[in-house]
Design a protein around this ligand. Structure first.
Ligand code: GDP
Length: 368
C-alpha cells in the first residue's frame, strides 16, 4: 500500500482529494522535500488562516475541549443562514463561559433594514436554541464594517482569558480573523502556530495576544442540511448574495405562488391581496404563477425555468417539505435559511412554504 504522508507542520495526515478537508495539499506540492498541508503553508508564508471543515464527531471533540477551558467564546453566524450556520451542540459545552454572538455579512442587508431588530431576532432565536448570549453584535468581515467594534468587545469581555472563535463553515470566520491579523499587524516575528487538541490531530490556529493569552481559531463544521451543501459551486454563486440585496416586490392575490429559483416556493393560500417582498440574491430568478399550476410547473420545468438546481443536479436534490403558516396581523418575514426571506404583510394570511428537506423555514417579525 501507499505510505502515509504526514504534514511536517501540524502532523495531520496529508491528502490531495478534498480541498476543504484537513491535511489537503495540492498534488503538485507532493514532489517537494518537505511536505506541509495547505493550511500550514498559508499560515507560514502569509500569516493567513484558512478554515478546514470537520465531521460531527471531530467537532464534538472541539466542543469538549472548549468546555474544559475558562475562555470567551465568540460564535460567528451568517445572518443570511442563521439556522444553517448554527452549532446545535455548543450551548451544552459553554458552562460559565461568556458567549459573544456575532452576526456576519451585515453588508448584504438592505440599508432600510433596522439593525436593532436583527439583533433582537438573533437574541430570541439563540435563546430558542438554548444559548444565552452575553452580547450580540453585527459586522461585515468583508467590508470591515463594525469589525473593530467586535474586536473591542472581544477585548472587553475576555478579561485576560483565552478566546475561542467558533462557527460552521462559510460564516466568514477566516475572513474575520485574517482582517484582525492585518489590523493588528501580525508581523513576521509574531508567530502564529497550530495547536493540537490533546489526543487528536485536530488543530486550532493559535494567535498570541499581547497579555500572554491566546486567540484560537477552531475548525468549522459542515452542517449538511445547509442550503450551501445542497447545491454545487456554480449554483452557490447564484444564490449567495454578493452585495446589498435589492428587495423585489410582488403584488399577489390568494391563489398565487412564487418560486425562488427551484429551491423554494411560497403559496399565498388565503388573505387580502397584498405585497410579498422577496429578499434573496439579486441573481436568483423569481417566478410567479398560479398555485393551481405550480406542482405541474415544478415537475416539468425544474432545472430549466426553475433553477437552480441545474438539470443535471435535480436527481440528487432533496424532496421539498411543505409547511403551512398563519401569519398574524402586521409584517412578518418567512425566512428560508441560506437563501433569504419573503416579507408578508397582512392580517391573518395563510401561506405555505416549500423548502428542500432539512433546510429550516421560520417566521419572524419583519426586520424593517
Ligand atoms: P469560513 O468557512 O467561516 O472561514 O468562511 P470564509 O471566511 O471562507 O467566508 C466564506 C464566504 O463568505 C467567502 O466567499 C467570503 O468571501 C464570504 N464572506 C465572508 N465574510 C463576509 C461578509 O462580511 N460579507 C459578505 N458579503 N461575504 C462574506
Amino acid at each position: 500500500g501507499r505510505e502515509e504522508v504526514i504534514c511536517s507542520g501540524c502532523g495531520v495526515k496529508i491528502q490531495t482529494e478534498s480541498k476543504d478537508g484537513l491535511g489537503y495539499t495540492p498534488s503538485s506540492a507532493m514532489e517537494r522535500d518537505v511536505i506541509i498541508c495547505q493550511r500550514c503553508y498559508r499560515l507560514k508564508h502569509y500569516n493567513e488562516v484558512q478554515d478546514v471543515s470537520l465531521k460531527d464527531d471531530d467537532f464534538l471533540k472541539i466542543l469538549n475541549e472548549i468546555g474544559t477551558k475558562e475562555a470567551l467564546i465568540v460564535k460567528i453566524v451568517d445572518i443570511f443562514d442563521f439556522d444553517g450556520s448554527w452549532l446545535p451542540g455548543l450551548h451544552r459545552f459553554v458552562g460559565k463561559n461568556k458567549v459573544l454572538l456575532v452576526g456576519n455579512k451585515v453588508d448584504l442587508l438592505p440599508k432600510s433594514v433596522k439593525r436593532q431588530k436583527v439583533i433582537q431576532w438573533m437574541k430570541r432565536t439563540a435563546k430558542e436554541y438554548g444559548l444565552t448570549a452575553t452580547d450580540v453584535h453585527l459586522m461585515s468581515a468583508h467590508t470591515g464594517e463594525a469589525l473593530m467594534d467586535v474586536a473591542n468587545l472581544i477585548d472587553e469581555h475576555r478579561g485576560k482569558k483565552d478566546v475561542y472563535i467558533v462557527g460552521s463553515t462559510n460564516v466568514g470566520k477566516s475572513t474575520f480573523i485574517n482582517k484582525l491579523l492585518k489590523e493588528f499587524g501580525a508581523e513576521d516575528e509574531m508567530l502564529i502556530t497550530t495547536s493540537n487538541i490533546p489526543g487528536t490531530t485536530l488543530d486550532m490556529i493559535d494567535v498570541p495576544l499581547d497579555d500572554g493569552s491566546n486567540l484560537f481559531d477552531t475548525p468549522g463544521i459542515i452542517n449538511h442540511h445547509q442550503m450551501a451543501h445542497l447545491v454545487d459551486k456554480e449554483e452557490l454563486k447564484i444564490i449567495t448574495p454578493k452585495k446589498e440585496v435589492k428587495p423585489k416586490i410582488f403584488q399577489l392575490t390568494s391563489g398565487q405562488t412564487l418560486f425562488l429559483g427551484g429551491l423554494a416556493r411560497v403559496d399565498f393560500n388565503n388573505g387580502e391581496p397584498q405585497s410579498f417582498i422577496v429578499y434573496v440574491s439579486n441573481d436568483l430568478h423569481i417566478h410567479r404563477t398560479k398555485t393551481g399550476k405550480a406542482d405541474e410547473l415544478y415537475s416539468n420545468h425544474l432545472g430549466e425555468l426553475l433553477t437552480p438546481p441545474k438539470k443535471e443536479n435535480i436527481a440528487a436534490f432533496p424532496e421539498m417539505t411543505e409547511k403551512e403558516w398563519k401569519i398574524k396581523e402586521g409584517k412578518y418575514d418567512l425566512v428560508f435559511s441560506g437563501l433569504g426571506w419573503v416579507t408578508v404583510s397582512g392580517s391573518g394570511s395563510i401561506v405555505k412554504s416549500y423548502a428542500p428537506k432539512g433546510v429550516t423555514v421560520s417566521v419572524r417579525p419583519s426586520i424593517f
